[in-house]
Write a new protein. Structure first.
Length: 496
C-alpha cells in the first residue's frame, strides 16, 4: 500500500494553496482553540505529537504554549515538513519533524502525553483507524486533541446562489468518491466511544464574521477555491466552474459588511484509559462530581477531579480504615488508599492527574526515595521538601535517605511560578519519579487553586500530600496499612 492510498487528497494537500490555507486557518482558529488547550491543565516536560502537522503552524504555537515540552510533528508531504523545520528552527532540539503515516506511527506504545491532530481526519479514509493509532501512542491518562472539519456546519447570508445546496450535495458526493468522511465532525464522537478512552468532550471553535477578521475568513475560502474547485468538478455534480462561482459568492458574503458567515469547527478531546474504571467513579468538575481523598477504586479520574482537603477529625478515621486492609478488600478496592493529612486550608483545592494504576508494578519493600524540589524561592522549596519527606515517612514503607545519597528512586517535584488573578491564585506543579539510573518511570501533573486566601505553607503542604497520594494510587509504593507488616521485597523496579 503506497502512501497515497491513505491520503486520497494528496494532490490538494500538496498544492501551494494549502500552505496559505493552513496559515489563515491557524490565524482564525488558534485564539479560541488555545483556550481549550489551556483548559487541559498540562504543564512541565511534556512529550507532544502533532499528527498531520503540515507546515508546523500549530506545532510552533504549541511549543510556545508549552515551553518545556518536547514536540514531534509528522506529515506525509516533505515540502510541508521543510517549511515546518524552517518555521521552528529557532526552537532548538525540542521540536523535530519527520515523514510518517498516521496509520502506522513510528513510535512505541505510550510514548506521548498529548497527541494533537487538526484538519486531517476529514481528508483520510478509515479515520477510526488513524484515531486508534493515535490512542496507541498515548500514555495512560494522556490527552487526545482532535480538530475535525464538518462541511455541513457552514452557513452564510446573504448570497446570490444557493450555497446551502452546495454544502448539502457536494460533501457527501466528494466523500464517497474519495473514500473520506466530510462530516467527521459529527461522527468522530462515536469513533472515540469505541476506543479505550474516557472523559470525551466536544467543543466548537466558531469561525464567523464577528469573531474573525473578515479578510482572514475570506482568505481561507480563497485557498479552498484555488485548491479544490477542480477536484469538486471531478467528484460531484457541480462543474469546476460552478464550484468557483459558489466560492466567489461565499467570499463576497464574508467580505460584505452587512453579511454574516459562520463555520463551526468541532474540537474533541479524550484521555486514554489505563485500566478498568468503575462507572460510579468517573465524573467531571463541571458536572459537580468530586474525588474524595480516601480509598478509591482502580481507575484514572478526570484531570479536573478534586482532592478535597479533609475536614477536622477525618484523618484519624481514615487511618483506621487504611489499617483494616480486609475491609478494603471486601469493598472491592484495589489497595490504593489516598492519605490526605494535615490541617485544611480554606478556599484551596489541589487537582492532580494520575498516570493510571498498575498493580503489576513490582514494589520495593522499603525503598529509599531521594527527594528534590524546584520552586521559585527557598521558602517554598523548604515547605514542600519537608512535607514530602514527612508524608513519605508516614504513608509509605520507605527507608531514610541521607542528603546526597543515591536512592532507589528519585522523586523530583517542580512548582511553576504562581499565577495570580485578583484574590485567586493557581500554582501549577508536576512530579517525576526516576530510577537510580536516571530512567524516568512515572510522571504526574496538577495545580493548586487558592480562592480568597494568600499563599502560605499549607498550600505547598497540600501539593506534597497529593504527590505522595498519587504515588500510592498508581502502584509505585506500598502504603502503610500496617506499619508492623511491611510488604515483601520484589526483585526489580518497573520502567516505562
Amino acid at each position: 500500500m503506497d502512501e497515497h492510498s491513505n491520503n486520497p487528497q494528496h494532490r490538494q494537500m500538496a498544492d501551494e494553496s494549502m500552505v496559505r490555507n493552513l496559515a489563515h486557518q491557524a490565524a482564525a482558529i488558534w485564539p479560541q482553540e488555545s483556550a481549550i488547550f489551556c483548559g487541559y491543565g498540562l504543564v512541565g516536560g511534556l512529550d507532544i505529537l502533532d499528527v498531520g502537522c503540515g507546515t508546523g503552524e500549530i506545532t510552533a504555537r504549541l511549543a510556545e504554549l508549552y515551553p518545556k515540552a518536547a514536540l514531534v510533528g509528522v506529515d506525509l508531504i516533505e515540502r510541508h515538513l521543510e517549511l515546518a523545520r524552517d518555521r521552528c528552527a529557532g526552537l532548538g532540539g525540542r521540536v523535530a519533524f519527520r515523514k510518517a503515516d498516521a496509520f502506522a506511527l513510528p513510535f512505541a506504545d505510550a510514548a506521548f502525553d498529548l497527541v494533537v491532530c487538526r484538519h486531517m481526519l476529514q481528508a483520510v479514509p478509515r479515520p477510526h483507524e488513524a484515531m486508534a493509532e493515535m490512542v496507541r501512542v498515548l500514555r495512560p491518562g494522556g490527552r487526545l486533541h482532535l480538530l475535525v472539519e464538518d462541511y455541513g456546519m457552514i452557513h452564510m447570508h446573504p448570497t446570490r446562489l444557493d450555497v446551502d445546496r452546495f454544502w448539502v450535495d457536494g460533501p457527501p458526493a466528494f466523500g464517497a468518491a474519495s473514500g473520506t468522511d466530510l462530516h467527521i465532525g459529527r461522527t468522530a464522537y462515536s469513533h472515540l466511544k469505541a476506543l479505550p478512552v474516557f472523559a470525551i468532550s466536544q467543543h466548537y471553535v466558531v469561525v464567523d464574521t464577528l469573531r474573525v477578521p473578515r479578510e482572514t475568513f475570506a482568505s481561507i475560502w480563497e485557498a479552498w477555491r484555488d485548491g479544490y474547485a477542480d477536484a469538486i468538478g471531478e467528484h460531484t455534480r457541480f462543474t469546476s466552474g460552478e464550484a468557483r462561482e459558489f466560492f466567489e459568492d461565499m467570499i463576497a458574503c464574508i467580505r460584505n459588511p452587512d453579511g454574516y458567515a459562520v463555520w463551526q469547527v468541532p474540537v474533541l478531546s479524550a484521555r486514554k484509559s489505563g485500566c478498568p474504571v468503575a462507572p460510579d467513579f468517573l465524573g467531571s468538575r463541571e458536572a459537580g462530581c468530586t474525588w474524595a481523598g480516601y480509598a478509591i477504586r482502580c481507575g484514572i479520574p478526570p484531570r479536573d477531579a478534586v482532592h478535597r482537603e479533609p475536614a477536622a477529625g477525618f484523618p484519624t478515621a481514615l487511618e483506621g480504615v487504611m489499617r483494616r486492609s480486609r475491609l478494603l478488600e471486601t469493598l472491592g478496592m484495589i489497595g490504593a488508599a489516598i492519605a490526605l493529612t494535615g490541617a485544611a486550608h480554606a478556599g484551596t483545592r489541589t487537582y492532580v492527574s494520575l498516570a493510571g494504576r498498575d498493580d503489576a508494578i513490582a514494589k520495593l519493600g522499603r525503598p529509599g526515595i531521594a527527594v528534590r524540589v524546584d520552586a521559585t524561592n527557598a521558602n517554598d522549596t523548604a515547605f514542600l521538601m519537608n512535607e514530602l519527606v514527612r508524608e513519605l515517612a508516614q504513608q509509605v514503607h520507605t527507608r531514610r535517605v541521607a542528603p546526597g545519597e543515591v536512592g532507589d528512586y528519585d522523586l523530583e517535584v517542580t512548582l511553576e511560578v504562581p499565577r495570580v488573578d485578583g484574590q485567586a491564585a493557581t500554582v501549577p506543579f508536576w512530579a517525576v519519579l526516576k530510577s537510580a539510573q536516571g530512567e524516568r518511570l512515572w510522571r504526574i501533573e496538577g495545580r493548586s487553586d487558592v480562592l480568597g486566601t494568600p499563599l502560605d505553607a499549607s498550600v505547598f503542604a497540600g501539593i506534597g500530600r497529593n504527590v505522595v497520594s498519587a504515588l500510592i494510587h498508581d502502584g509505585w509504593v506500598q502504603p502503610r496499612y500496617d506499619p508492623d507488616n511491611p510488604p515483601p521485597q520484589p526483585p526489580r523496579i518497573r520502567s516505562e
